[in-house]
Write a protein of this length. Sequence first.
Length: 564
Amino acid sequence: MEEIKGAVKAAVKDLFNVDVEPELTRSDEQFGDYATNIALQLAGKLDNPPAGGPRGIAEALAKEIKSTKIEKVETAGPGFLNITLSDKALVSALNDKVSQPYKGKVVVTEYSDPNPFKVLHAGHLYTSVVGDAISNLLEAAGADVHRVNFGGDVGMHVGKTMWAILKELGGENPDKLQEIDKEERSEWLAKCYVEGTNAYEDDEQAKKEIISLNKRVYQIVTDNDRTSPFGQIYWKTRQWSYDYFDSFYARIGSKFERYYPESEVSELGLKTVEEQLKKGVFEKSDGAIIFDGDKYDLHTRVFINSDGIPTYEAKDVGLILTKKKDYNFDLSVVITGNEQEQYMNVVLKAVEQFAPELAKATRHLPHGIVKLQGGVKMSSRKGNILRAVDVLEAANEANKAENDQENEETVLAAVKYSFLKQRIGADIIYDPKESVSILGNSGPYLQYAHARARSILRKSKVENLPTGQAGQKLKVVEFEAGERSLIRKIGEYPEAVGKAVSDLMPHHICTYLYELAQVFNRFYEQNRVIDSPREAVRLQLVQSYADTLKNGLELLNIPAPEKM
């Protein structure tokens, strides 16, 4: 694409002595391989334009554009140019590498962010899936990526849970924790959180006790108290949460370099806010320390409450500074639900006042709510949530019903692809039945497409079939229409990845892979491969297709099975 852009740019310069940056788009194959509206861009800007307006400009350029990769240039409409590549260029494109705009850059991706003492819900599953894909895309673009996770091991939700835990244990009796079955720990903690939340809202005496416990939690964390009965209960149950997170992440194939608990960054956030209070970034209000967002058309938010305890806002300040200290990142990507969008805008605006380079290097990607088909919403406060495991179980049940099988690999592919094929931002309506279908735009369909291609390769008796990228060994012949279509589509892979990296939007990869599989299906239906006079050439195309499909699925953190 860049080479063709250069040829168009050179032609414009030679003909009209104008410097431009032409835009190329992929055209419908019947019209060529690329299209550009450069003639329309130039109309009205030329001192001595050729007759015929944009159409005349396009006709003049069609004769002037030269490149060894171009077979022909044709005009269309009021001034469009359709460019067809040579077969040699298409073969060459099979060897093109994904561009590396992040080479030498350090990127921290922060996502999932569950709170200890609470259950993982569907939103955590979604951000884990999206965060994995975005991390993989950034690595493909050359970045040194560090995946991290941030969660609240201190805060009111912990106070609420600890209140219910003490009630369940009959007081500060850490030995009684041994009675909780290992397989039931996470659910037990989730139940305690709901019980504590209900008590906080409905019982004034319980509310006072929870507020007191919340302060005690902060104190034992500050003192690193691991010996008192209360301290033992806190640290043991906190570890239960992290063990539960590790187990679930292992199940879905997510890997985090480290967890950042809020307690680890709270002190730095508190100290920084207090320092910046003296410099006028923050201000006092009714005993609390706030950031006046109204000055920037944002919300005004409390960073340190009237009890001197840092809020989520101050902790996020501490987190940003800690991530910078730990990794010296060039880019920090933070993925959260879109209910956090205005909150993050305030935090980053506050940071911008004293560390503008950090605010600029932080990119917040908000997403919508995950709902099952039919509109199930989540609320961990009352316990009626859509849990992460509920989504996987729904996919598993649908897989059994639709495909008569139980296969974790298929289930994960179904859920991940169903999430990733939708543009990040809007709410996600998850349809289990649609997600497991092997006939539509789904993860299992693409897994099956890959396994089918590998099966074709195994059936062949051709010896010494080149491995790796087929384009490195594929001879340029006069390709038939179906062969050319497949080569053309395979060659678009680096462009699709480049678009996904530029936008940080994995759905571009999903769209490309589905289109690629459809092109291959048409090719295979109309062109015999095994025992064909063109078997060697076509096998290399099948191999290149399978390799490309596998590479794309791996970017999405979806396995590409050899057999299904």
